[in-house]
Design a protein around this ligand. Structure first.
Ligand code: DQA
Length: 146
């Protein structure tokens, strides 16, 4: 099974960006944790980060994955197009946020992805990505990944 980990705008700066909110673990370190966990589960992962909405959409359109883990960052709260792309490619995805957007500014409570995600892990820091991977594997093994 191939899992795409899609990371949205500004997540390349995690580790130094507002560490009181997002922690001090860098994106490379988070990706290393994901790869290690994926190897232990026998899952193939690819990580992809972009600051550009269209790049994220183009990456999804390749459809070369069975399921995705998506932290769309600020696009979560604004992007109908990213939501449409996720629906168009017909792959299950788990939503992850390092922080819990619902407990922050009111505008972060608008979420264009949550109702079409198969699960969400928020406010757990990098561990959310590992739980998302577990959830994808669990759903796949029970035939519910799609
Ligand atoms: C985030 C939460 C979003 O509201 C914010 O725009 C981000 C990061 C998170 O991981 O907590 O860029 O997705």
């Amino acid at each position: 099974m191939r899992v795409l980990v899609l990371q949205g705008p500004n997540l390349n700066l995690v580790g130094t960006r507002e560490p009181h909110i997002y922690g001090s673990t860098t994106l490379d370190e988070i990706h290393a944790m994901i790869r290690e966990h994926a190897a232990s589960l026998g899952v193939e992962v690819e990580t992809y980060q972009s600051n550009h909405e269209g790049d994220l959409i183009d990456r999804l359109h390749r459809r070369d994955f069975d399921a995705a883990i998506v932290n769309a960052a600020g696009l979560t709260h604004t992007s109908v197009s990213l939501r449409d792309a996720l629906l168009a490619v017909e792959r299950p995805f788990v939503e992850v946020h390092l922080s819990d957007p619902a407990k922050r500014e009111a505008f972060r409570s608008v979420n264009f992805l949550q109702d079409v995600a198969v699960a969400s892990f928020v406010g757990m820091g990098p561990r959310g990505y590992l739980l998302a991977l577990d959830e994808i594997v669990r759903r796949d093994s029970t035939g519910g990944a799609r």
